[in-house]
Design a protein around this ligand. Structure first.
Ligand SMILES: O=C(O)CCC(=O)C(=O)O
Length: 293
């Protein structure tokens, strides 16, 4: 029998080992890294996990990919294939932190929380997690988009995404690509997440579309992550390689971001009334720099 881990607001397994006891200074980004993020809207090459930790997460992931696994009622969303094409598969699911101990505990990894608080410039509150997995040979695209276009029910924009590679990822198996500087663009409408990579073109100016001629591919070794701003345009191409491309994502907000809706912010979660700060069991405070790790 699985238990709903959303009631636990500290690590419940050995995934992080002694990481939580260490000095937060060890995990701080350099001034150059923070400056790079501010300039371009993304930052790659930050290590969060070693091989053994990624192995534990991959074991859990194989169970979570079985549609009849225990705890399946706690997903916020679960798409065995987000695209409508069986030859272009994107497994996409939100809510693994409630179901599997490793995916729960990774939220409290100081190697994630400390940099996140530097980039958000404040305490880090959990929004939700995601899995984005492309099988070998017939993995689908993640079409160009801005994350915040899916999150306008929360405001103001003080949102950060951490994309974590569970396989070595590069241009062959569909690594993440960013449009540098697009975090300064206005909010674009939703044009779809799977299927047509370039659907976004219809809502761009000519000048913006030019920027898609030179997006930056950010390769990552398993266990490494990249961070991006809620408005940075990003996407990833199909995986025709013989290797899978699996990733997990943590989405966070600066503490103080409010609900802008009286509807549930996530499927199955009690509403946070419009105007009230996001808080409560589903949106735990992960890290406050005033307290340290
Ligand atoms: O996994 C990918 O290729 C893209 C993930 C994504 O869109 C995100 O992290 O916001």
């Amino acid at each position: 029998m699985a238990t709903d881990l959303s009631t636990e607001h500290r690590p419940v397994s050995q995934l992080l080992g002694d990481l939580n006891g260490r000095d937060s200074e060890e995990f701080r980004l350099s001034d150059e890294q923070v400056e790079f993020f501010r300039e371009y809207g993304y930052l790659g090459g930050v290590r969060l996990f070693d091989d053994a930790q990624v192995d534990q997460l991959c074991d859990e992931l194989s169970e979570l990919s079985q549609p009849d696994h225990p705890g399946r009622e706690w997903w916020y969303e679960y798409h065995a294939n987000e695209s409508s094409d069986p030859d272009s598969v994107l497994f996409h699911a939100l809510g693994a932190w409630r179901i599997a101990a490793g995916f729960h505990d990774l939220l409290w990894n100081p190697a994630f929380c400390v940099p996140a608080s530097q980039l958000l410039e404040g305490p880090v509150r959990f929004w939700h997690d995601q899995l984005f997995c492309k099988p070998a040979g017939h993995g689908g695209v993640v079409a160009w988009h801005q994350d915040y276009s899916y999150w306008t029910r929360t405001k103001p924009i003080a949102h950060l995404t951490c994309w974590i590679a569970l396989d070595d990822s590069d241009c062959d198996n569909g690594c993440i690509h960013y449009v540098p500087g697009s975090h300064r663009w206005d909010l674009l409408p939703i044009t779809g997440l799977a299927g047509d990579m370039e659907a976004i073109e219809e809502v761009l100016t000519e000048e913006q579309w030019e920027c898609f001629q030179s997006p930056v591919a950010v390769a990552a070794k398993r266990g490494e992550c990249s961070f991006h701003h809620g408005l940075t345009v990003h996407g990833s191409f199909a995986n025709h390689s013989p290797r899978p491309r699996r990733a997990t994502v943590i989405n966070v907000v600066r503490d103080g971001v409010c609900s802008d809706s009286d509807e549930p912010l996530l499927d199955g979660v009690p509403p946070v009334p419009r105007g009230q700060k996001m808080d409560g069991p589903f949106f735990p405070l992960l890290f406050d720099p005033a307290d340290g790790v």
